[in-house]
Structure formats: structure tokens, C-alpha cells
Design a protein around this ligand. Structure first.
Ligand SMILES: *Cc1c(COP(=O)(O)O)cnc(C)c1O
Length: 458
């Protein structure tokens, strides 16, 4: 290519206004929300990097396809298009639509796991962990050691530690492991990819013990792009070919279409085992809806079917992964350490390394997230001890390994100047790091507490 600027591979067709707030408005919003950024109103946020989930822009083709939605309660042709797309992409036989990824998780673990069992994963995402624990099983994270070290430059930091997986199976016993899961990319570990070689290794171990293997496939396309860029022998393959191989190594997957489905809502469970699928559909009817719509409208399934194709476009993936790295470079040059190398969908600021004066018991990553909002109206999310700290009956807590603030990038939504602005806000906050204070929790729920907890400044 003669030019090296990687451009947004789209032009803007419809816009949505965003508005600056005053420092006083932001302070009042923080107090009202109990210093929990989930409590802010959308209009109070200038650049919203809370999540890349369901927050992206859809293409004109997706909107057009929605007009063709078939809202038949049973036998919708939109379901058929959706099913054919998922089957074509994954090679998995049974396709069960759900309203989100977590509904697919809830159904999968309700059908396959039970009390006393252990589910290994590279790193469980928060809803995945909650759904495993909800059925009384244990969610065990077995990511490679490099995956727990923010500064390590390993190209596939999302890889499963194969020795630890073998050891876990030996210790727990095959009969107590209903399935193994691999999350691509590894969201909670920094959006880090998993290599094909590692997935093949996990498959070998699962085969040796007769244990089913599932993908948490939310960012399968971003993972495939990293494989293309970084894995020996993969450069000349298309993302679609790589994706097909990833799915050929598993027995099923859960998926949130709000990520690499490029849609605002939706998800699915796909798998090969017809008996498990039958049980899953029975539960689906109880909790989501009839099997040809799950929790979705016909038009949602249309949008997802188109999105699952668009996400594999090489221009899109090149721009997507590069724009994430660009934000990471901005943070690094502002003196804020990030999880290295940058992941697919988000930049993770290392609050433990930046705010060394705030102990984990005062939630340094929550404090940093609050400060980014206070300073520039930028909303990120804590991925640290608020989200993953282990709480004990006596009220004490074991902190999370890492204290991160995730700045997730909605798909096809913000331009380079938005990202430049975020870089300036990060710089301003980093320059005042010594003045940032920790927080204590004054109110919390028994699980997924990060969504609703209220904090007070220390
Ligand atoms: C978002 C996400 C989920 C849950 O999907 P929802 O659609 O939000 O319910 C599960 N796993 C991973 C890795 C995710 O990123």
C-alpha cells in the first residue's frame, strides 16, 4: 500500500450529538451516582468507553436488512438467515438465539454443569463466572502466567496454561469437569488473543479425557486478526479461514452479538451435541422464547447475520485493531502504563502501577476511572478488586491480581480526534496522580456488585 495512514473504512451517514458538561455538572453526577460510573446518565458522558458491548454503529446494510425482518413467532425466515450464517461461519450444527451472551451462558451451564463441579477457562468474564457460580459450580481461571503480568509482551497472553489444565483435571477428576471453556479474546485479561496452537493443545487435552470444549466467542474476529498478524504460518490466511479453524476445534460456543456480531443486542448458543441442544431449547422456551427467535426480534437476527459477515472484512479488522493500539500509545506517552501489548477491543490502564499510593483495599482502578470522568467526561470501567475481589464471610477481601481501568472502544463509533481528546484527558489525570484519593464501598449487592455498588471517597 502506498500510504501508511489507516483510515476508518466507512463514511458517516447519520450522526448523534454529544455534549460537553461543566466540571460542576460532573461532580454532582458523581455524587448522585455514588461514584459508580454505571450510575451516570448517557447524556452526562462525553466519550463513552464503558464498554464495546452493543454500543457500536450499525452499517447501512444492517439497517436495510432489518427492514426485511420476519417477525413470525415460529419459523421466521430471519432465523433461517441467522442460523445459516452462524453455521457457515462456525460449522456448528445447532444454533440457538438468545437475547445476550449471558442468556446463552445461563442456559449452557444450567444444562451442563452442577453443584460441586469445576469449569476451567483461560479467564472467566464476569457474567460467565456468575453463571457458573449460580449453578453451584466453581469457575477456575487458568490463563498462562504471562497473562497475569500487565507488562509482559507475549503475543498470545490469552492462552490457556495447558499444564495447569492437565493438573486441574487430575486434581478435580474428569467426572467433575462438565466442560472446558476458552474465551477469545480474553476480555478480563486485557482483550488478549489465544493462538490456534494453544486452542489445538486444549482440544488435545479435552479429547484425551472426553471433556467437551466450548468457546466464549464474543470477539472471535478480533482474535482471528491477531492470529493472522502474530502466529507463524497464518499471515496468508483470510480471517474467515482462521475463524473456521478456531470453531472446528470446539464442540460449541456462547456468543454475545453485541461484540463481534456488530449489533446492539443479541447472542447465541451454538453446539454440535443434539441432546444438549434439546435440553437447552427446553430451557430457552422457559426463559427466552421459542427456538426460532430466542429473546430476539426477527430484525435483530437480520442485523446480526449481516454483522457477522461485516466483522470479517480485512479493512475493518485492520482499522479496528490499529485504532485500539493508537489509544494505547496515547496513554503510554502520557506516562500511564497499560496492559501490553494492546488488546483488541480496549486499552487497559494499569492503575496499580500509576496510583502506587492507593492500596487495593481502596480500589485504585475505581479511583482512576472516576478521575477520568471528573476531568474530561470520559467513562471507562474498573476491572479490578471491585469486579473480581474475593469476599470472605468475615467481611475481608482478597484483592484481584490486577487493578485496571478498561477503556473499551465501541465499533465504528468514534473518530481519531475523539481518541486524541481521550489521550489529553489521560495526560491531565496522570499529571495530578498524587492528588487522587481512594474509595470505600458503602453499599453492595451479593454478586456482580460492580454494577450497583456505591462508594465514598476515603
Ligand atoms: C460481553 C461478554 C459476555 C456476556 O455477553 P452479554 O451479551 O453482555 O450478556 C460473555 N463473555 C465475554 C468474554 C464478554 O465479553
Amino acid at each position: 500500500m502506498p500510504f501508511h495512514t489507516i483510515i476508518e473504512p466507512f463514511r458517516i451517514h447519520s450522526t448523534q450529538r454529544i455534549r460537553h458538561t461543566t466540571p460542576e455538572e460532573r461532580e454532582a453526577a458523581l455524587v448522585r451516582a455514588g461514584y459508580n460510573l454505571f450510575g451516570l446518565r448517557g447524556e452526562e458522558v462525553l466519550i463513552d468507553l464503558l464498554t464495546d458491548s452493543g454500543t457500536g454503529a450499525m452499517s447501512s446494510r444492517q439497517w436495510a436488512a432489518m427492514m426485511d425482518g420476519d417477525e413470525s413467532y415460529a419459523g421466521s425466515s430471519s432465523y433461517e438467515r441467522f442460523r445459516d450464517t452462524v453455521q457457515g461461519l462456525t460449522g456448528l450444527a445447532e444454533v440457538i438465539p438468545t437475547h445476550q451472551g449471558r442468556a446463552a451462558e445461563h442456559i449452557l451451564f444450567s444444562v451442563m454443569a452442577k453443584r460441586g463441579q469445576v469449569v476451567p477457562n483461560n479467564t472467566h468474564f464476569d457474567t460467565t463466572r456468575a453463571n457458573v457460580e449460580f449453578v453451584g459450580a466453581e469457575a477456575r481461571d487458568l490463563v498462562i502466567a504471562e497473562g497475569r503480568v500487565p507488562s509482559s509482551e507475549h503475543p498470545f497472553k490469552g492462552n490457556m496454561d495447558l499444564d495447569a489444565l492437565e493438573a486441574t483435571i487430575g486434581e478435580v477428576g474428569v467426572e467433575r469437569i462438565p466442560l472446558v471453556m476458552v474465551t477469545v479474546t480474553n476480555n478480563s485479561g486485557g482483550g488478549q488473543p489465544v493462538s490456534l496452537e494453544n486452542l489445538r493443545g486444549v482440544r488435545r487435552i479435552c479429547d484425551a479425557h472426553g471433556i467437551p470444549l466450548f468457546l466464549d466467542a464474543c470477539r472471535f474476529a478480533e482474535n482471528a486478526w491477531f492470529i493472522k498478524l502474530r502466529e507463524p504460518g497464518q499471515t496468508d490466511r483470510t480471517p474467515r479461514e482462521i475463524v473456521r479453524e478456531m470453531f472446528s476445534l470446539v464442540d460449541g460456543c456462547t456468543m454475545s452479538a453485541k461484540k463481534d456480531g456488530m449489533a446492539n443486542i443479541g447472542g447465541f448458543l451454538a453446539l454440535n451435541d443434539a441432546e444438549v441442544a434439546r435440553k437447552a431449547r427446553n430451557l430457552l422456551i422457559l426463559t427466552e422464547g421459542f427456538p426460532t427467535y430466542g429473546g430476539l426480534a426477527g430484525y435483530d437476527m437480520e442485523a446480526i447475520a449481516v454483522g457477522l459477515e461485516e466483522v470479517l472484512d480485512e479493512d475493518y479488522l485492520r482499522y479496528r485493531i490499529r485504532s485500539t493500539a493508537y489509544l494505547a500509545e496515547k496513554a503510554e506517552s502520557a506516562g500511564v502504563p497499560t496492559v501490553r501489548p494492546p488488546g483488541g477491543h480496549a486499552v487497559y490502564l494499569d492503575a496499580k502501577a500509576l496510583l502506587t499510593h492507593i492500596p487495593p483495599s481502596q480500589y485504585p482502578a475505581q479511583a482512576l476511572a472516576v478521575e477520568l470522568y471528573r476531568t474530561g467526561g470520559v467513562r471507562g470501567v474498573e476491572i479490578g478488586s471491585v469486579m473480581f475481589g474475593a469476599r470472605h464471610p468475615d467481611g475481608t477481601e482478597t484483592p484481584s491480581d490486577m487493578e485496571l481501568v478498561r477503556l473499551a472502544i465501541p465499533r465504528r463509533t468514534y473518530t481519531q480526534s475523539h481518541v486524541d481528546y481521550v489521550g489529553e484527558v489521560i495526560k491531565e489525570v496522570a499529571e495530578r496522580r498524587d492528588q487522587i484519593r481512594g474509595l470505600t464501598i458503602v453499599e453492595q449487592a451479593p454478586w456482580l456488585r460492580h454494577f450497583t455498588a456505591r462508594f465514598a471517597p476515603v
